[in-house]
Design a protein around this ligand. Structure first.
Ligand code: MTE
Ligand code: MO
Length: 366
């Protein structure tokens, strides 16, 4: 099932970007791919059922007992690994904050026709599995190998092109990133929607790199040209622009919306007096969070940060606010160890990727 001529023409025609009301198909995507509830930002680890989801195609229902991970291509010692083989390898558990590259897309204008995330495509889980690098080394890549590709069991179409979801990493990237082969999330076997029985986790990179339902690892002597590597997950100014690959997560922070909400607008009601604002901040590539600031009534105030114990997990922050009656728009912004600070306005690219502009929370105080 690899090369199928686009069967959806002419029904797949969609505008490159648009503004205004959401289409039925965007609503359908939003129903399939849930985000976290912002109130769970109070927790170090996102409850498994509340972790965001991003599935391009259908969730493959795979049998762990018969699952085989194939290492193929330019290896001297290609092999197949069962789940039992993989579970016998040294285990490692690591908390990792994962964020979808499309997070924030709904705040970008004009927006691309895709999953309309606002703020909630992020979460932190304790992932258990084994390090990937020794498995690749044991399969002995040939000297001329330039990239390793990772393919999932999920097949579908995008822009008329049928493909299995797949991504690649260069050998240099693999040496630099602490990539894990993972079979448990928060101490339980992976759920079907999170990649059961096996996925990779590429810490510090946007979520698209963390391939789920992993079936094949291939050693390549030429750069990988899979759809999810070259046709999307690129920063592009125009549709013709070849693009610049999306990799490390941009610095970002979110607050738990204070007080109580209005059901549909999610605006907040808070009683006047002292309010404790709390939230999380994170950045990619193992960069730590150096500073978080909260904007109240036109001024930025420093928040207290509790340094993260773990290189790839988010940092907790808090700030107390003496809420005075009136209408307020609260914002927060983080700065990472390389001096990157969140912008106030969304960055723009044609697909609305990696919008890390500072969150806005409307609050009525009485
Ligand atoms: N095989 C496969 N892997 C995948 C995807 C997918 O659709 N298929 N989605 C990717 C994207 S875009 C993200 S953001 C993360 C989401 O992981 P989660 O659903 O477990 O949160 O998985 C990545 N891995
Ligand atoms: Mo994603």
């Amino acid at each position: 099932m690899t090369v199928i001529k686009n069967p959806f023409r002419p029904y797949d025609e969609k505008q490159e970007t648009q503004d205004g009301v959401y289409s039925q198909s965007e609503l359908g995507l939003a129903n399939r791919n849930n985000g976290i509830l912002l109130e769970t930002l109070k927790l170090d680890i996102t409850p498994t059922g509340a972790h965001y989801l991003l599935n391009h195609f259908d969730v493959p229902i795979l049998d762990a007992d018969s699952h085989l991970l194939q290492l193929t291509g330019a290896f001297d010692a290609p092999r197949g690994l069962t789940m039992r083989d993989i579970r016998e390898l040294p285990t490692k558990t690591m908390p990792v904050t994962m964020e979808c590259a499309g997070n924030g897309r709904a705040g970008v204008s004009p927006r691309s026709h895709s999953m309309p995330w606002m703020y909630e495509a992020v979460g932190t889980s304790n992932w258990t599995g084994t390090e990937l690098a020794p498995i690749i080394a044991a399969a002995k890549p040939h000297n001329n190998v330039v990239e390793i590709s990772f393919t999932g069991a999920d097949y579908g179409f995008d822009m008329g092109e049928g493909h299995y979801f797949g991504r690649s990493l260069t050998l240099e990237q693999l040496a630099e990133l602490d990539v894990m082969l993972v079979y448990e999330m928060n101490g339980e076997p992976l759920l079907p929607q999170h990649g059961a029985p096996l996925r990779i986790i590429v810490p510090g990179w946007y979520g698209m790199a963390s391939v789920k339902w992993l079936t094949t690892i291939e050693a390549l002597t030429k750069p990988y040209n899979g759809f999810q590597q070259v046709r999307t997950y690129q920063f592009r100014e125009t549709a013709e622009d070849p693009g610049r690959p999306i990799q490390k997560i941009r610095v970002k922070s979110l607050m738990v919306p204070p007080g109580v909400p209005d059901w549909s607008s999610r605006k907040r009601y808070v009683q006047a007096g002292t309010v404790e604002l709390v939230g999380r901040a994170w950045s990619g590539g193992g960069r730590s969070i150096e500073k978080v600031e909260v904007k109240i009534g036109g001024e930025w105030y420093p928040a207290e940060i509790k340094p993260s114990q773990d290189r790839y997990a988010w940092t907790k922050w808090k700030r107390s606010w003496n809420a005075e009656p009136g209408e307020h728009v609260l914002r927060c912004r983080a700065t990472d160890s390389e001096g990157n600070t969140q912008p106030l306005d969304p960055p723009w690219d044609i697909a609305g990727f990696a919008n890390n502009s500072a969150q806005k929370v409307h609050v009525f105080v009485e």
